[in-house]
Design a protein around this ligand. Structure first.
Ligand code: CA
Length: 221
């Protein structure tokens, strides 16, 4: 059986979101919903989705900022922006921020479904690169990490941390930056916890895999 297509719908208009979710589910999608930008950002950052439908006018975090944060963190899921304020400049702004498509309100749910299918097809044609650094390989699409070809079991949090370091080879990443990526939801900034995670990663990947740059942070490569 074909795996269901999972879509994240970030829209604060409950009626609209309900109608759209029902239409998308009827079209065969599995839909998760968020009604504010902060929750939507977190779900997109930590969950596995084939695409997101993102409203621009959102409480707590504007849609464009949600999108920009996903892109800065290397989240490449296709994003279809919905907006009531369908001005030309806003459309350009959305596409510049990393949106894959843009639809002005009002719209037909059938069109959202069609555009999502097309975005997902297009995304499937682009290969997600396997990150490599020395003996370590991180296959993002499969969520698999190996050292010298041997698979290593990592928790989701460890994977997030590793991805953040590996996608910035040779650069120093501060503890605060890492904490922000791990605990964005509840605003925890506990550097001790980061040290614990780094310790576990070293145990699994090799002691020298991650270097400590005293007083500044960590570095890979
Ligand atoms: Ca809105």
């Amino acid at each position: 059986m074909e795996a269901a297509i999972r879509v994240l719908l970030v829209e604060d208009d409950t009626n609209l979101a309900t109608r759209l979710a029902e239409a998308l589910e009827a079209a065969g999608f599995v839909v998760d919903r968020a009604e504010d930008g902060d929750t939507g950002w977190y779900m997109g950052d930590t969950g596995t989705y084939d695409a997101a439908v993102l409203d621009l006018g959102l409480p707590r975090l504007p849609g464009l900022e949600v999108l920009a944060r996903w892109r800065r963190a290397g989240r490449s899921l296709p994003v279809l922006i919905l907006s009531a304020r369908g001005t030309w400049s806003e459309r350009v702004e959305g596409l510049n921020a990393g949106a894959d498509d843009y639809l002005g309100k009002p719209f037909h749910a059938a069109e959202v479904a069609a555009r999502l299918r097309s975005l997902i097809r297009r995304a499937a044609g682009t290969i997600q690169p396997v990150l490599r650094l020395g003996a370590i390989a991180f296959d993002q699409a499969a969520g698999r990490v190996s050292v010298d070809g041997q698979d290593v079991e990592l928790t989701a949090q460890e994977q997030k941390l590793l991805f953040h370091l590996m996608s910035r080879p040779g650069r120093i990443v501060s503890q605060g930056d890492l904490a922000e990526h791990l605990y964005a939801m509840d605003d925890v900034r506990d550097s001790n916890t980061i040290e614990v995670f780094i310790g576990r990663l070293r145990k699994k990947l090799g002691r020298d895999a991650i270097r400590t740059v005293r007083g500044l942070g960590y570095r890979m490569g």
